[in-house]
Design a protein around this ligand. Structure first.
Ligand code: PRP
Ligand code: URA
Length: 206
């Protein structure tokens, strides 16, 4: 499996806005959209093209279109913050929803909702979750979508902890991770440090 770390200056810019505890929800949402645009552009470089002939108003020329069905799977709730920006990169994509919540005491994630489109070898799946902490939520999600038939899966996150990367690499060595930044590590409550706090709470003002 490969880990891809974006070096785009806009990623550092937007992550700083997300980290800042003074950032209000409107700017937080805008920064989330801005960074997801960049990360998805980078993650989408792996998409394959088929060529065809296109007629312009003036003449025929060579054209290309992406092959395979793209599926976005945002992990509720925080992954929802990345969905609109991801859809803007591939507007024809299908969307599968999965709801997972970490137990506050154990940090173990449990699933409370799932609704997936068709998943198989033809689908290219991007799991969206801004925070890869212990990796438990991502690992469970990918287990489920592989059980449904998915074979080509990438993880797109904004902040990853080394612990989460290692756990995900061990559980799903075939999955590529695209992240905006790799932080120092987890604290005793399994929060990412320096991190940005609870992404879902900051996004939805809960
Ligand atoms: C957060 C975050 C991830 C998960 C990451 O979700 O959005 O889904 O924790 O942690 P992990 O890698 O240790 O599993 P949370 O459980 O807080 O739910 P929420 O998105 O509804 O706030
Ligand atoms: N989920 C969050 O929202 N933040 C963390 O630091 C870890 C998990």
């Amino acid at each position: 499996m490969s880990i891809e770390l974006s070096s785009h200056p806009l990623v550092r810019h937007h992550i700083t806005i997300l980290r800042d505890c003074e950032t209000h929800a409107d700017d937080f949402r805008r920064a989330c959209t801005g960074i997801t645009n960049v990360l998805m552009m980078e993650a989408a470089k792996q998409l394959e093209l088929e060529t065809f002939s296109v007629q312009t108003p003036l003449e025929k020329t060579d054209g290309a279109r992406i092959t395979g069905d793209v599926v976005f799977v945002p992990i509720l709730r925080a992954g929802l913050g990345m969905l609109d920006a991801a859809m803007a990169t591939v507007p024809s994509a299908s969307v599968g929803y999965i709801g997972l919540e970490r137990d506050e005491a154990t940090a173990e994630a449990s699933c409370y909702y799932s609704k997936m489109p068709e998943l198989g070898a033809a689908q290219i799946v991007y799991v969206l979750d801004p925070m890869l902490a212990t990796g438990g939520s991502a690992i469970q999600t990918i287990e489920r979508i592989k059980a449904d038939g998915a074979t080509r899966v990438s993880m797109v996150c904004i902040i990853a902890a080394p612990e989460g990367i290692a756990a995900l690499q061990e559980a799903h060595p075939d999955v590529t991770i695209m992240t905006g930044v790799i932080d120092r590590g987890l604290d005793d409550n399994k929060y990412i440090r320096p991190g940005l706090g609870d992404f879902g709470d900051r996004l939805f003002r809960t």
